[in-house]
Design a protein around this ligand. Sequence first.
Ligand code: COA
Length: 136
Amino acid sequence: MTTSPAPPLHDALRVVMMPRDTNQYGTIFGGVVLSFIDQAAFIEARRHGHHRWVTASLDRVDFRAPVLVGDVVSFRTQSTRLGTSSITVRIVVESERYLTQEIVLVTEAAVTMVAVDAEGRPIPFRSASTVGISAR
Ligand SMILES: CC(C)(COP(=O)(O)OP(=O)(O)OC[C@H]1O[C@@H](n2cnc3c(N)ncnc32)[C@H](O)[C@@H]1OP(=O)(O)O)[C@@H](O)C(=O)NCCC(=O)NCCS
């Protein structure tokens, strides 16, 4: 039996967490991390076509460890399913701790992105169309 190799993980985003991103406990608010996960999924989706891409679902998010102020947080992405107009992206989120430089797996997520036309209708993402994308 042959197994296909796992798709590669791509560096999508790297950000420094600021005090403004904290919750009332002093750790980073989960919604901030979710926002970056969404952006990372979009960046991965663009690898499959210069279309409008919208987030259809956050299929799963596991917050495994807290993110701390000053952490350098990296979002790496992998396309785990290629459909017709949709793809599923796995996002691996790791924190480089500010004080120790230890790398900690903090969050994993799966997000489904859908390619759409200017009217928001799903389109096959393998099409060459870039219709409806403006620089604004
Ligand atoms: C995502 C959206 C374009 C899907 O439109 P739709 O007409 O329901 O889509 P369809 O039923 O024709 O399915 C199109 C594709 O999307 C996938 N899809 C649709 N809804 C989905 C969902 N909730 N989760 C995962 N995949 C979904 C389908 O499986 C299909 O994939 P395929 O073409 O690879 O087989 C539409 O629901 C939408 O515009 N949602 C809002 C998106 C948005 O604004 N996101 C930001 C939120 S702030």
